[in-house]
Design a protein around this ligand. Sequence first.
Ligand code: SAM
Ligand code: SF4
Length: 323
Amino acid sequence: MLIDGFGRKHDYLRVSVTERCNFRCHYCMPEKPFSWVPRENLLSYEDLFKFIKVSIDEGIKKVRITGGEPLLRDNLDYFIKLISDYKSDIDLALTTNGFLLPQMAQKLKNAGLKRINISLDTLNQERAKQIAQKDVLDTVLEGIRKAKEVGLKIKINCVPLKGINDIDILEVLEFCKKEGFPVRYIEFMENSFAKNSAKGLTSNEILEIISKKYPNFVKVLRDTTSPAQYYALEDGYEFGIIEPHKDDFCSSCNRIRLTAEGFLIPCLYFEDAMSIKEAIRANDIDKATEVLKLVLKNKPEKNRWSNASDNKVSGRAFYQTGG
Ligand code: SAM
Ligand code: SF4
């Protein structure tokens, strides 16, 4: 079992397979100038898988593939299959912007993927273009339709930004309710790669907007390590809000992150990280296990966003860590 220095049990590993992305979202990535990590610095699928096996053997029960945009990396279905064949009951999921799903959804499903989170910040074409810096909406919607058709279980992620897509919060909710997808609004997390102008909505501001149409929603109490707080509308439809600025957000944290370059990151805000690349490339499983335990031991108690009086932003790029 993997337990950190504050007694939190860890059973969730997020693996970023690439930092590259075909979008340039306002809240995540600068437009330019840009240089990507050279491909030879990335761990191969086989090496990433070696570490995933170490983690599963140590108690990881949920693995999420993310990025950058994970579907940009060639043959992602091969990687999914490696994991799914190793442990078929692992909770294996993927987070994507959905743009490449029209051609990839069936392959991912065939490889053993069951669950998928798709980012959808708005249903308005112009505002989707404004956020991603590219005309993406029609293709993303086609990707969502395809993922549903092949039987992937879908959740939607939405990051509301002031003055941009705050007016779309209800429309995204209506779309997800109609399609039967849970939606989770994510409070914008300040980071030095986001556009300076990006300002997020707090969970209270999001709830206030939703309450204009659905005044009788109720808080749902769940005994879970999910980072989201869930709410139910009168008809039973549930939506969530991820509130990293909330004081007790980190108390049930159960996750660690592995970047495509092999850095193991205990917390999104924490600048320190340790590399498992050398150990994994040398097939030194004991060393990789030792690094995993050390990273957990040094995990901080709280993230930076939980302290409202601290104006610092994270120097970690979301497109590198996978969010
Ligand atoms: N490219 C994929 C996508 O967009 O879904 C996967 C990687 S992305 C970094 C993972 C999640 O992080 C997305 O749901 C995205 O909306 C979210 N995200 C990125 N930057 C964020 C920020 N500054 N604050 C809150 N959420 C953010
Ligand atoms: Fe790319 Fe996802 Fe970041 Fe948008 S949020 S720039 S899609 S990695």
